[in-house]
Design a protein. Structure first.
Length: 234
């Protein structure tokens, strides 16, 4: 079960507020409807990096391939489907070091790198999953991003609530000034998608292991905001 908090508020805008669209020249009323909901993330995407360096490019490649195979095996034990595993192509770099004697940059090793995006659909297993990925041999986590799988459904519900909120505010304001609403002149929704919870790059080299600890993931705010302009009957 995810905790949720539904809050519906409104913001009254004066008729002189400058929207991105053209305001009508006749008397009008502009209001904003707003709705939001907090949801507990239920899935997470990890971007992990595997790299190895060696003078022999085949040895470096084989080591990266072996780690990738172990990573996929770990993912399978956590019921991660093939569609939720996206491995990039191999990147190969020639590394050089400065030779103090010759005073030249000289070849040292080949570095082979590959990145993998993995979506885990059970955030409760995130800490254990991360630990096993480190033990499998990943070198670095590029990013971790938590999200909510039913965000679009929530967004659709919030749009209706935002519209309801705007209509209520328009009627309340018109009544307060003894005015009568005419037709709707314009409706514009703000581009406010759900905000995933990102985590930054983490080095996984420390003792070759990640700390086993509980991860407290913040709630995600999903919101909808609508700008409505009504014409006033004269």
């Amino acid at each position: 079960m995810f905790k949720k908090l539904l809050a519906v508020t409104s913001l009254l805008l004066s008729s002189s507020f400058n929207y991105a669209y053209a305001e009508p020249t006749s008397p009008h009323l502009s209001v904003t409807g707003y709705a939001e909901q907090l949801v507990q993330p239920d899935q997470v995407v990890l971007n992990v990096s595997i790299s190895h360096s060696d003078k022999n490019i085949n040895i470096a490649k084989d080591e990266v391939d072996n780690v990738i195979a172990r990573v996929i095996k770990v993912a399978n034990t956590f019921n991660v489907s093939k569609n939720n595993i996206d491995a990039s192509q191999l990147n190969i770099y020639r590394q050089h070091e400065y030779n103090q004697v010759t005073q030249k940059q000289e070849f040292s090793t080949f570095q082979v790198t590959r990145n993998v995006d993995i979506k885990l659909t059970d955030v409760n297993k995130y800490a254990l999953f991360l630990q096993e990925l480190v033990e499998a041999g990943i070198n670095e986590i590029g990013y971790t991003q938590f999200s909510y799988s039913k965000a679009e459904e929530v967004q659709d519900k919030l749009k209706k609530l935002a519209i309801k909120d705007a209509k209520f505010e328009a009627k309340e304001l018109a009544s307060a000034f003894d005015a009568k609403l005419d037709r709707v002149y314009s409706v514009n929704f703000a581009n406010a998608p759900s905000m995933p919870t990102p985590y930054g790059r983490q080095s996984m080299i420390e003792s070759g292991r990640a700390h086993k600890q509980a991860y407290n993931v913040s709630d995600i705010v999903i919101s909808s905001e609508v700008f409505v302009t009504y014409l006033i009957k004269q």
